[in-house]
Design a protein around this ligand. Sequence first.
Ligand SMILES: C[S@@+](CC[C@H](N)C(=O)[O-])C[C@H]1O[C@@H](n2cnc3c(N)ncnc32)[C@H](O)[C@@H]1O
Length: 211
Amino acid sequence: MKNTRPFKGASQKRVFQTVDIGSGKAEWLIKQKQRFGDRRYLAVDPEYRQNQELMRRLKAHGLETFAGRMQGLIRKLKETKQKTRHINIDMPSYSIEKNAMNFIMGGKKHWAIKDEYGFHILFKELPKILLPNGKVFVTSENSSMLDLIEEIAHDHGFPSRRLRGFDGPIQAKRTAFMKAHQGQTIHSIEITFGLKKALPNKAQRKNWVKE
Ligand SMILES: C[S@@+](CC[C@H](N)C(=O)[O-])C[C@H]1O[C@@H](n2cnc3c(N)ncnc32)[C@H](O)[C@@H]1O
């Protein structure tokens, strides 16, 4: 029998409002925590391993921290059965690039991606770590990298859209790091884990209650 309550057990305590990957000083997350004190926010960055002082500061602001990379985080969330409403990703842009070698498989053109950050893994595992109706926001100064990430998301059945530069909510996320790179346009995409994908069964959707 199909599990009609796939998120049973994911109590409020286990749910993060936002997991911020590549969060650095986590300025935006700190502001969110100040506004919504009872929500859980997780700052993720391998840099915290070397910078214990920064990690302590973030904890003092009420944030939770994960000193590691995106792939380790996905494993950890799965192991501890924790989920998040939203994911923000702001990582360097040089690591993901289309391999020049396109290849044909099963009559369809494919391309290989050098994907050391593990975006394939992220989208494969997304249903296990993101709540239905949750969103993934990816920000980068490299627009073509976002094209690739959108392609990976689409391969896994997640729709996406481009957000406009620094309009609206994106403007509020402008961090000191971004301000220091004033000349560069920062691009953003929004990837959605829609209710129909999360709960393909109509009856499941009817019974679904927002966590
Ligand atoms: C462009 S900085 C952005 C920092 C912060 N979001 C800001 O705007 O101030 C990118 C951050 O991604 C982190 N990073 C690099 N590789 C990562 C990975 N695989 N997983 C998570 N974070 C990573 C870096 O340590 C760095 O702090």
